[in-house]
Design a protein around this ligand. Structure first.
Ligand code: ANZ
Ligand code: ZN
Length: 819
């Protein structure tokens, strides 16, 4: 058997595609919108480790789909690029003094080579890299638009701060209270920040999820992250004080059960209402609380702490005097930063009341209150569900939902409250005290204050620095370059200083899918025409780790661009598919320390890119996690070798010349049509593993022929093309065709020939399988039942018994029920 020369044909076809620009996407206006598809991969961060076997999983999936679509006559946009700003390059620079741009470009070149070696059908003319000035000019431009619309603002807020890395961190960069990078405990630090008002879009980000064809778990994660909550703000008077205390509650129906109040330690009223006796204790507590992150503070399992302020509030529903405490489990950033505590029906309040011996009054009962029943005892458990009001004056007996409505109207009528909606979503802390990111295009002027750079001064490029290390003062290394920092105010011409914070690594990926549409445009981020031609992204494939970060941030930016009239769709990504994780052979996550990392370069060298592609798709359904198996890979490579061997056999014109018997010929023809049908369906629905199985079955049968009939081989080569494109191109050429098969029409099938000629009928007696037989599809129930009862394997079970009834499912099953 001739060797399957993947090492020769793979570079050959990659070169061919590149030279002929086979996969260049052109905005041909003659192609109607329904015949255009934009298929996107999550672009990689070009790490020093090079490509991981997880990358080609999603990339192969989209590539198969794109190649299939082209053969179905679609105009397909399939681009690739690099998410190139980020911490590792900067850390490396700190260690070695090598400019991050140098390392990043080297890594990009390696990634590009590795990706090209897998034969993906990207339009490389559209490649983008987020760290290039021609690209980040437009990231900065979008920032200016956000600023103009009041969606980017400067504020001093406490943020997560790593004392060791000397930088602020985003919430997502903190894991269990420690810096994700170095493991040091994160502290809180108040520093000047740039913040994006993503909260202004909370409702739309939530509502528009409904229209998206995304995995339900991702939508749910976004819904929870946005965290819409409906309830009421209620006003409490403070005893002997002119100020009022406003709280937010989702359970206004529990007002009669409020036995104390809690203010966040940072609440502005704390200072005013604390009595002289309590001042010292309160002050000490505030200082302690300031060191903790919100996550630590709201951890349910945490021991509750707090201090009494010495002041009292008056419960508006019953005039009762209740103490006002401060405690860190109440956050200043949520609702009004103050709560009424109902320990009988809220876990945290319950724990707190137990620690400090505060009263617990039941006001909700799981069942409607019975006359004569006593609800005055302190409850033994915290009941947080809805139910019926007890101990609630005139409202007693009302179901929770109805009580909520009534009490809100009652409060509104008295001017003591109103309906309120809150979101968990916080504004996005958008500045980093780091070097390797997009400079924020803002100038601080002594006269004019904050002044945005005029658009014609973009891009504002990163200057060269001596040291990449963070300063530790809360300023980025840029602050040390006085030449760059000192500038003139674009508004008044007076002396001014540049903003020295940079953007976070998520900025560039917020809009890269738009730049692919028109990557060389230097007058707009993309032309309106290109945007209208391709958007929205029809299919977006990538890992699950981006569920609430990139995928939420980019939806936010997209909506802002929509409001500005720059994009024409409300949402960027219509359909999302998450690929599963590829685990090591041992079923564990691949990691250097476990020594179970598979290197794609080795696989390509030993088995070829097509084997790698087909194997990764054959491992299992795209969405599930699955372990690597070298045996599985070898099996797939044998399959491709067998295909090569079929291609080496002599061809014949007609099926009748194949050397197969009449019966085998008929069987093979039917199998071809069934294979076309199944591969078409499975490719369309991204069920690549089952499409591959079917191709294996068919090729196994075809291999039995001495001479290969062209009409049974050519369509198969076309089916194979999206999966193993190099091999398919070569086989196509061997069949005498010139040029690429990339745009050959996809094979069609004859529905008649796909019909089964025989079906297997399972026969059960009292539900247990006892025998089976073959029948022509569509055989009548009567006929099936007659045949079934006559089978010897069935006879011995029913003999001497009375048949009570027979249940049969045409083409499938006969179940005989006996006494
Ligand atoms: C009284 C009450 C009684 C509450 C009860 C719950 C159950 P979500 O659903 O997350 O919006 N809360 C309000 N503001 C808070 C803050 N700044 N920090 C910490 N907790 C705060 O939760 C809203 C509930 O969380 C509110 O309803 C309030 O406690 C608390 F049986 O008020 B509730
Ligand atoms: Zn000025």
């Amino acid at each position: 058997m001739a060797r399957y020369p993947f090492d020769i044909i793979e570079p050959k076809w990659q070169k061919y595609w590149e030279e002929h620009k086979t996969f260049r996407a052109v905005e041909d206006p003659a192609i109607p919108k329904e015949k255009r598809r934009y298929v996107l991969d999550m672009f990689p961060y070009p790490s020093a480790q090079g490509l991981h076997v997880g990358h080609p999983e999603g990339y192969t999936a989209t590539d198969i789909y794109c190649r299939y679509l082209r053969m179905r006559g679609y105009n397909v946009l399939h681009p690739m690029g690099f998410d190139a700003f980020g911490l590792p390059a900067e850390n490396y620079a700190i260690k070695t003094g090598t400019h991050p741009a140098t390392t990043t470009r080297a890594n990009i070149n390696r990634f590009r080579e590795q990706i090209k070696a897998l034969g993906f059908s990207y339009d490389w003319d559209r490649e983008v890299s987020t760290c290039e000035p021609e690209y980040y000019k437009w990231t900065q431009w979008i920032f200016l638009k956000l600023f103009e619309k009041g969606l980017a603002y400067e504020a001093e807020t406490p943020i997560n701060w790593c004392p060791s890395c000397k930088t602020g961190l985003a919430n997502e960069e903190v894991k269990e209270g420690c810096c994700d990078r170095c493991g040091t405990r994160v502290t809180r630090k108040r520093i000047r920040q740039w913040i994006l008002k993503i909260t202004a879009y909370a409702e739309r980000l939530l509502q528009d999820l409904d229209e998206l064809d995304w995995p339900e778990p991702v939508k749910l994660m976004q819904r929870n992250w946005i965290g819409r909550s409906e309830g009421a703000n209620v006003i409490f008077q403070i005893e002997g004080h002119p100020d009022q205390l406003e709280i937010y509650t989702t359970r206004p129906d529990t007002l009669f059960g409020a036995t104390y109040m809690v203010l966040a330690p940072e609440h502005p009223l704390v200072e005013k209402i604390t009595t002289p006796e309590q001042r010292k204790a309160v002050q000490a507590y505030i200082e302690e609380a300031a060191k903790k992150s919100d996550l630590e503070r709201t951890d349910l399992a945490k021991e509750k702490t707090g201090v009494f302020t010495g002041a009292y509030a008056i419960n508006p529903v019953n005039g009762k005097k209740i103490p006002i405490w401060i405690a860190d489990y109440v956050l200043i950033s949520y609702g009004t930063g103050a709560i009424m505590a109902v320990p009988a029906h809220d876990e945290r309040d319950w724990d707190f009341a137990k620690v400090f011996g505060l009263p617990i009054i039941q006001v909700v009962s799981p069942t409607p209150p019975e006359p004569g029943e006593d609800y005055s005892k302190t409850p033994s458990v915290c009941f947080t569900e809805e139910g019926y009001a007890v101990n609630s004056g005139e409202f007693t007996g009302l179901p929770t939902a109805e009580f909520k409505k009534k009490i809100v109207s009652w409060l509104e009528a008295k001017g003591l409250g109103r309906r309120a909606v809150n979101y968990k979503l916080r504004d996005w802390i958008f500045s980093r005290q780091r070097y390797w990111g997009e400079p924020i295009p803002i100038v601080h002027c002594q006269n004019c204050g904050i002044v945005p750079l005029p658009e014609d001064q973009l891009p504002l490029t990163l200057p060269e620095v001596q040291s990449y290390a963070p300063t530790g003062t809360g300023e980025s290394p840029l602050a040390a370059i006085t030449d760059w920092v000192n500038t003139t105010c674009p508004r008044c011409g007076g002396p001014a200083k540049r903003e020295t914070n940079t953007m976070p690594q998520w900025a560039g990926s917020c809009w890269y899918y738009l730049r692919y549409l028109d990557p060389k445009n230097d007058t707009a981020l993309a032309s309106r025409q290109a945007i209208e031609y391709w958007m929205p992204v029809d299919l977006y494939v990538g890992g699950t780790e981006h569920a609430v970060l990139h995928l939420l941030y980019s939806r936010f930016w997209h909506k802002v661009l929509y409001d500005l009239g720059i994009v024409n769709t409300k949402e960027p990504f219509q359909r999302l598919v998450n690929q599963g994780m590829i685990l090591g052979e041992d079923g564990q996550k691949m990691s250097k320390s476990r020594g179970n990392v598979i290197n794609p370069d080795d696989i390509i060298r030993e088995y070829g890119a097509d084997s790698m592609r087909v194997y990764e798709m054959f491992m299992g359904p795209l969405e599930v996690s699955k372990p690597w198996s070298t045996a599985g890979l070898v099996g797939v490579s044998r399959f491709l070798e067998r295909l090569w061997a079929i291609g080496e056999k002599p061809l014949c014109k007609d099926l009748s010349d194949s050397g197969l018997s009449e019966e085998e010929q008929q069987k093979l023809l039917r199998l071809l049509h069934k294979t076309i049908k199944k591969v078409t369906h499975d490719t369309e629905t991204l069920n690549f593993n089952t499409a591959i199985s079917q191709m294996m079955i068919y090729s196994g049968e075809l291999a039995k022929a001495e001479r290969i009939p062209r009409s049974l081989w050519e369509p198969f080569v076309l089916l194979l093309a999206p999966y193993a494109p190099h091999l398919a191109e070569e086989l196509w050429q061997k069949l005498g065709h010139s040029g690429s098969l990339a745009y050959e029409p996809w094979p069609t099938y004859d529905e008649e020939l796909c019909k089964e000629t025989e079906v297997t009928i399972v026969v059960q007696v009292n539900g247990k399988i006892r025998d089976k037989f073959n029948a022509v599809p569509g055989t009548s129930k009567e006929e099936l039942e007659k045949t079934a009862q006559a089978l010897p394997g069935v006879q011995k079970w029913i003999e001497g018994h009375r048949v009570i009834k027979i249940i049969s499912v045409p083409d499938k099953l006969v179940n005989i029920v006996i006494q």
